[in-house]
Design a protein around this ligand. Structure first.
Ligand code: ZN
Length: 255
């Protein structure tokens, strides 16, 4: 069970029927309705709406939790198996900005999700990259494209909400050094740590023709080996698999 203690628990029936997930992303939405969390839950329930979120935030900052964050919610299309979703009260065109109370609540939920689930404190750089985002950032996070949570709130996300979240975590306003686990950086694996490795290699002049896809295949192995040889290393020290020292020189922190 994972529940945010500041939230009113307003469970949906889907809690007991949908699969277990391990969340790596958190995605913010607007509900196109000026509703309290309870009103939103009742609407979904009565209408049998199946694109539910985990949380709802009213205009006054009141938070309701509809789904355990270890259970899948279905607001995010291709990201449903990895994303926590947060709805918020909005005007019917999703055109108004978040209120100061909503921003406070969103930042608190994001801090909780970071601490509870280890969602990294960064903005998602791809649809699968672990981190935080707003619904319209990636096409595959919706079934047929969406402007949600609206232009004003998308700007608030990068200009206010995310910086406030970083401040709350300890004043980290400079670019976050990615933290990786060595066991994730192995041939054949696909994950967000591989994305960090690939981006770091590319920033250091490495060649990965497919780009930072998150898949550790031949291109990534060759780029790591080339980087290792550039350090003057040979033999097993240039095997194309990064150890602690390779990561350090690529400005990656090893967990
Ligand atoms: Zn949305």
């Amino acid at each position: 069970m994972s529940r945010y203690r500041e939230a009113a628990w307003l469970p949906l029936p889907e809690n007991t029927t949908q699969p277990h997930i391990t969340p790596t992303q958190l995605i913010l939405h607007s509900a196109a309705a000026p509703w309290s969390p309870k009103r939103l839950r009742d609407f979904w329930n009565e209408r049998g709406v199946t694109t539910e979120s985990h949380f709802g935030v009213g205009y006054d900052g009141a938070v309701g939790q509809f789904m355990d964050t270890h259970v899948r919610a279905d607001a995010n299309a291709s990201a449903n198996n990895r994303a926590i979703s947060v709805e918020s009260a909005a005007d019917t065109r999703n055109s108004d900005p978040w209120t100061p109370d909503q921003i406070d609540a969103l930042v608190e939920i994001m801090v909780w999700a970071h601490r509870t689930h280890g969602i990294p404190a960064r903005i998602c750089r791809s649809e699968t990259d672990p981190g935080f985002g707003v619904h319209r950032m990636f096409r595959k996070w919706s079934l047929d494209g969406t402007e949600c949570p609206g232009k004003a709130r998308a700007e608030q996300f990068t200009g206010t909400v995310f910086p406030r979240f970083l401040e709350t975590l300890g004043g980290v306003l400079e670019p976050v050094v990615p933290t990786v686990e060595l066991e994730n950086l192995q041939y054949g694996k696909t994950n967000g740590d591989v994305v960090d490795l690939q981006k770091a290699l590319i920033e250091h002049g490495g060649k990965i023709p497919a780009g930072a896809t998150g898949y550790y295949g031949d291109q990534t192995r060759a780029a790591v080996a080339a980087f290792q040889r550039k350090q003057g290393w040979t033999g097993p020290a240039a095997d194309g698999i990064p150890g602690v020292e390779t990561c350090k020189r690529l400005n990656l922190r090893v967990a």
